[in-house]
Design a binder for this molecule. Structure first.
Ligand code: AMP
Ligand code: MG
Length: 422
């Protein structure tokens, strides 16, 4: 094991070789799942003004100090404040203003009484839920309130959520729907994001047949091309070239050259990086680039090539489909995240208890498993044969159990980290 690079070390070397590919400004409608490139600082308080969190009456709390169901406080209604209008009145003692949710609190008011706590609340009689949009009822001149409210009640105070000047989102964050809402709420109509890296995918192998063609004897369908395409899309990249080459040096070089011409900012290949006599990938890359060939302490996987071709970063993944998938998760994901400027792309880990004994060979192993949450904890059993060509077992798995380096067997009931494959 000692001449194998640790998974962590390989990942660190890979990621540190990646430079984010550049910045563009996009409108918010195109910002979902893009990676923020510059900090966003709010120029607004949020909420931007004191406003009501209820439909009711803006009041001065002191006026209601003695209110009770049998001794309601009567207040003169001096204004009606719908949402969207800044009130023109200032409340004096003994006065109230009808106010709607989200409407600005009038000066002088220091609390809101929900309409339910007043004599203006008569849902059945007033047909609540079927308001007439053409003639909203005018407020009566007086409102009677049946209980006191503390000062500040039902007011969403200016700046309660955030203050102007706050750095609300940091660069490197992949924008989620709630982030987009935050940006919209502070009027950040355009944001700077990293360009999605352009990736070229190249599968090699003379046995490969596209899934829409007849399968000749000795051939197999190419499953890595479309899998890697899906993974690249999932990891936020653009796929600019998707091809497969025969095990032929000139064929491979032609594809590499076309990938570069297509503007690829990373080339991802599968297969042909092992020690077979038809494994030409390494030699061809080295014609116009350089290659570090790492034997990594990972199972499935182990041989992974990394370097550059005509200046474009190159990652050579193993050909076995499960190995390609696992190495895609372990290496391609963080590499693309780094190219895309994303700061934290690691999957969260769950603690999982194994329901069966587990064998490994001492390499850091990623076992295909079905994990379930029951009785307050995650448990896992293996999803069929663990061979690195078994795509069916991979597709049935919902998780990868991570067996640490140096561990060769574990009894049932062992605790392991797992990635949920969501
Ligand atoms: P290699 O790395 O070329 O020795 O390939 C290892 C194994 O993965 C062989 O069984 C190949 O047939 C298989 N393989 C390679 N490329 C693909 C692919 N694109 N789709 C499915 N299987 C593949
Ligand atoms: Mg091959």
């Amino acid at each position: 094991l000692d001449n194998l690079l640790s998974v962590t070390e390989a990942k660190t070397r890979l990621v540190s070789a990646m430079q984010p590919v550049g910045i563009v400004e996009v409108p918010l409608s195109q910002a979902f799942e893009r990676v923020l490139a510059r900090p966003v600082i709010s120029s607004l308080d949020q909420p931007p003004f004191d406003n009501s969190s209820m439909d009711g009456y803006a009041v001065r709390a002191a006026d209601l100090a003695g209110a009770a169901p049998d001794r309601p406080a009567a207040l003169r209604v001096v204004a009606d404040i719908p949402a969207g209008v800044f009130p023109a009145v200032t409340l004096a003692s003994g006065q109230a203003a009808r106010i709607m949710t989200g409407a600005a609190l009038p000066p002088g008011a220091d609390a809101v009484v929900p309409v339910e706590q007043t004599d203006q609340y008569a849902p059945a009689a007033r047909g609540f839920g079927a308001a007439n949009p053409d003639s909203p009822a005018a407020p009566l001149d007086w409102v009677r309130v049946f209980q006191p409210v503390p000062a500040g009640a039902y007011i969403r105070g200016v700046g309660m959520d955030l203050r102007a000047g706050t750095a609300v989102l940091a660069p490197g964050r992949r924008l989620a729907p709630q982030d987009i809402a935050l940006l919209a709420s502070i009027g950040a109509a355009r944001v700077s994001v990293f360009r999605a890296p352009a990736v070229a995918i190249l599968s090699t192998g003379s046995e490969l047949t596209p899934p829409d063609q007849e399968l000749l004897p000795g051939r197999i369908y190419d499953s890595n091309s479309t899998m890697l395409q899906a993974m690249c899309l999932k990891f936020g990249a653009r796929v600019v070239s998707l091809e497969s080459a025969r095990d032929d040096p000139q064929d491979i070089q032609n594809y590499l050259d076309r990938a570069v011409a297509a503007g690829a900012e990373m080339i991802v290949s599968s297969a042909g990086v092992s020690v077979g006599v038809y494994d030409y990938m390494k030699a061809v890359v080295e014609r116009h680039g350089s290659l570090a060939f790492w034997r990594v302490n990972i199972r499935p996987g182990k041989p992974i090539a990394f370097g550059s071709y005509l200046g474009v970063p190159f990652i050579g993944l193993p050909g076995n489909p499960v190995s390609a998938f696992v190495c895609g998760e372990v290496f391609l994901r963080p590499a693309l995240a780094a190219l895309a400027g994303e700061s934290d792309a690691d999957r969260p880990r769950l603690p999982v208890t194994t329901l069966e004994p587990i064998e490994s060979d001492g390499r850091e192993s990623y076992l295909r498993a079905i994990s379930t949450f029951q009785f307050g904890a995650w448990t896992a059993r293996l999803a069929g044969h663990q061979g690195s060509g078994n795509i069916y077992a991979l597709a049935r798995a919902n998780s990868l159990l991570i067996v640490p380096s140096g561990v060769k067997s574990l009894p049932a009931g062992s605790l392991l980290d797992a990635w949920l494959l969501t």
